[in-house]
Design a protein around this ligand. Structure first.
Ligand SMILES: Cc1ncc(COP(=O)(O)O)c(C=O)c1O
Length: 412
């Protein structure tokens, strides 16, 4: 290959061959005394103009995990009762997170903090946690996106159906435990598993980065979106991380803000009652939150008096949660899960009180209703669909075109 061909190939590979050809043409036209210096000058001027701003485009895409958080805060309208006195009841739509719940926030924050502390390495560490709710899904999602192996531990009960298939679809492994063994035995199992070489126990129930995610993100988002006015904050207690984190942040901005923590009426353990069976998925796992004051007190010393960040210990029953999840779906077109139905019911009660007149009530919607197809919430629709969609469809072309009209069935 000649020197000229070499040079041509080099300039071609650098994408400057056209520019060079033009510069040479220009130098010949100008009959410049120092041709090489003039070519260099022309090329430099051209590359400076090449860094001029690019034409307008849609905003740059971010990575998938950057879509966690910054969820909408919307005003509830048609589900509000007639006697409502509050100026606004605002719902924070945590189902808009990419993994479908508010737990994406703590999953991402706990994992990224462990990375910052040098405790875990993608492709090497297996992340482990116990969860009967949405945290496992968030953790399995973040683990998949970042390249960690993941083991999610949950009780072997039918209600885990959606969580099981979603975690498995993200590539996580699932360990199912004897549901009769109880909360302490579950934690002992997962702590032992998490302590094995190569494993890391995320521990949402006691990891301080759980409430911290809400102090750093959820709380400030709510405060800014509500325009700096929040008078009541209403949310259920699972790990207690959200109520502790958001509650303390909101009180730091407005010391008068009332924090209302909710439990199932059947299991008011934070007020000293025994654990009872309930269907508000995500609330009350069977022990006192480690993030809320009173965790070290015996049940007899707990009451519903204000304690720590919590001003009011409210409660909602499982039938009320079912009724309200359905009501919110039909009135607002907002498909919420059982715990959101319960929390919105209580937020509406608060909004009707005289002391709420003209005030702002904020309630968390933790997750989307479609995630709970095994819940009694969906019982009537599932039963209807079983009749509407027979396992063996009609095969006769001559049969009537309309085989099922749900409206006609209801009136029959
Ligand atoms: C659906 C749902 N609602 C409410 C909560 C309560 O949130 P936290 O664990 O921050 O107390 C959870 C927690 O698991 C949940 O999954």
């Amino acid at each position: 290959m000649s020197v000229a061909q070499d040079a041509h190939a080099y300039f071609h590979s650098q994408g400057v061959h056209e520019a060079l050809a033009e510069a040479v043409k220009q130098v010949v036209l100008e009959n410049a005394p120092d041709a090489l210096a003039r070519i260099a000058e022309l090329l430099a001027a051209r590359s400076a103009s090449a860094v001029a701003p690019a034409p307008a485009r849609p905003p740059a895409l971010c990575t998938y995990l950057e879509t966690v958080g910054n969820t909408p805060l919307v005003a509830l309208r048609k589900c509000l009762p007639d006697g409502v006195r509050a100026a606004r009841v605002l719902a924070k739509l945590e189902m808009s997170n990419p993994g479908g719940s508010l737990k994406d926030r703590i999953a991402l924050h706990m994992i990224e903090q462990a990375e910052k502390e040098g405790l875990i390495t993608p492709g090497v560490t297996t992340l482990v946690d116990f969860t009967s709710g949405n945290t496992g899904i968030g953790e399995a999602m973040v683990a998949a996106a970042k390249g960690y192996k993941c083991v999610i531990v949950m009780p072997q009960v039918p209600a885990m159906f959606e969580r099981y298939i979603i975690c498995r679809q993200f590539g996580a492994d699932v360990h199912l435990l004897n549901p009769a063994a109880g909360g302490d035995a579950f934690i002992a199992y997962v702590e032992e598993l998490g302590a094995k070489p190569g494993n890391f126990y995320l521990g949402q129930m006691s990891n301080r980065h759980n409430p911290e995610a809400h102090v750093l993100h959820t709380g400030p988002e709510i405060w800014a979106q509500a325009g700096g006015q929040v008078d009541f904050f209403v949310h259920g207690i699972g790990t207690g991380g959200c109520i502790a984190g958001v509650g303390s942040f909101l009180k730091s901005q407005n010391p008068q803000c009332k924090v209302v923590a909710l439990e199932p009426s059947e299991a008011r353990m934070h007020t000293g009652a025994p654990m009872g069976k309930h269907g508000i998925v995500g609330w009350m796992p069977g022990f006192h939150s480690k993030f809320l004051e009173g965790v070290d007190l015996p049940a007899a010393e707990l009451s519903d008096a204000p304690r720590g960040v919590v001003d009011e210990w409210g409660h909602v029953s499982t039938p009320e949660c079912v009724a309200w999840a359905t009501k919110v779906c039909r009135d607002e077109g907002m498909m919420v899960g059982p715990s959101a139905g319960a929390a919105i019911k209580y937020a509406c009660d608060v909004a009707c009180r005289p002391e709420a007149a003209g005030k702002t009530v904020v309630v968390i919607v933790p997750s989307h209703g479609i995630r709970y197809v095994q819940h009694p919430l969906w019982g009537p629709m599932k039963e209807e669909a079983a009749h509407a969609l027979p396992a063996t469809p009609v095969a006769d072309k001559g049969a009537p075109i309309l085989q099922w009209d749900s409206a006609a069935q209801q009136h029959d």
